[in-house]
Design a protein around this ligand. Structure first.
Ligand code: GLV
Ligand code: MG
Length: 316
């Protein structure tokens, strides 16, 4: 699947990411179980789901599971620690040297500016060159988790040709801006509207400007699937490509919510067929035409292309 973009700008292949499953890199049982779940992406975590004392062993556990596990059909990502810690370089070197050919992306958390992505890009290039891997194949996912990252999100999106997605990290973000709430994903009490609208839209604009995917972060009330659906639906409605899932119960919901409904998909394909006909010689070379009660034109084609693209990627 390629970006539904008319900018003509070359972009990396966009991988399906409706459901992005978080799996602690220090937990072999979860690493085993995740392989059997229908998530589009898994990310094996060396950051916050992995205790500091467990990180050194977890790096090797991740290498083993990437090399020996069956991740068929899934985008394989490792989340390393952010550059303000002393763990990042060792995370990247151990994981990419050990399993670089069985890994699609590195996720970098708490990204604050373009240089942080570029530092990771350079390190990846050195490792790929040294190991004889294809240079530039491994992509980067950047998490936006604080005010500085959000203010600099445009330069972060443009920072490297390895960039594939921008990911909203609500838990760290809420903490970093002193939001008065303890429930990640829920609206903070006392605010009558959607407290996340600006943040989500800001990230989405930067992502779309650079043909990247926009991914919504976790919903921590993992047993509340209705609550998850509501939050996921908000992000999907805006145009987000997917959301993190922390529990098997959230996977099917995310796959459904970030795919178009069958009716919308069929309608989108009908618009594309109709457009192709009425703009053709045979159809009268028209710029717009009626499809039932609806007038459609070039802009309708673009909207239909987005829905049809998501549906085709989901195998509809
Ligand atoms: C994810 O990393 C978050 O902070 O929400
Ligand atoms: Mg975080």
């Amino acid at each position: 699947m390629t970006a539904p973009s008319d900018t003509g700008q070359a972009s990396r292949t966009l991988r399906p990411r409706r459901s992005c499953m978080a799996v602690p890199g220090s937990n072999p049982r979860f690493l085993e179980k995740a392989q059997g779940l229908p998530a589009d992406q898994v990310f094996l975590d060396l950051e916050d789901a992995c205790a500091p004392l467990a990180k050194p062993d977890a790096r090797h556990t991740i290498v083993k599971f990437l090399n020996e596990g069956d991740w068929t059909g899934k985008t394989r990502v490792v989340r390393v620690n952010d550059w303000t810690t002393h763990w990042t370089y060792r995370d990247v070197i151990t994981v990419v040297e050990g399993a670089g050919q069985n890994l699609d992306c590195i996720m970098l958390p708490k990204v604050q500016d373009a240089q942080q992505v570029q530092a990771l890009d350079m390190l990846l290039t050195q490792i790929e060159t040294t190991m004889g891997f294809e240079v530039g194949r491994i992509g980067i996912e950047a998490q936006i988790e604080n005010a500085k990252g959000l203010v600099n999100v445009d330069e972060i999106a443009a920072s490297s040709p390895r960039m594939e997605t921008i990911v909203f990290g609500p838990a760290d973000f809420m903490a970093s801006i002193n939001m008065k709430s303890l429930v990640v994903g829920e609206q903070p009490p006392g605010y009558p509207s959607d407290a996340y609208h600006y943040i989500l839209m800001r990230i989405l604009m930067a992502a779309r400007m650079h043909d990247l995917q926009a991914i919504d972060g976790p919903y921590l009330q993992i047993k509340d699937v209705d609550g998850f659906r509501e939050v996921a639906q908000r992000a999907a409605a805006l145009g987000y490509d997917g959301k993190w899932v922390l529990h098997p119960g959230q996977v099917e919901a995310a796959n459904e919510i970030f795919s178009p409904s069958q009716d919308d998909y069929d309608h989108a394909e009908m618009i594309l067929d109709a457009y192709e006909y009425f703009t053709s010689e045979k159809g009268g070379k028209k710029g717009s035409a009626m499809l039932g009660d609806e007038m459609i034109d070039e802009a309708s084609r673009k909207m239909a292309l987005v829905i049809a693209g998501k549906g085709r990627a989901a195998g509809m």
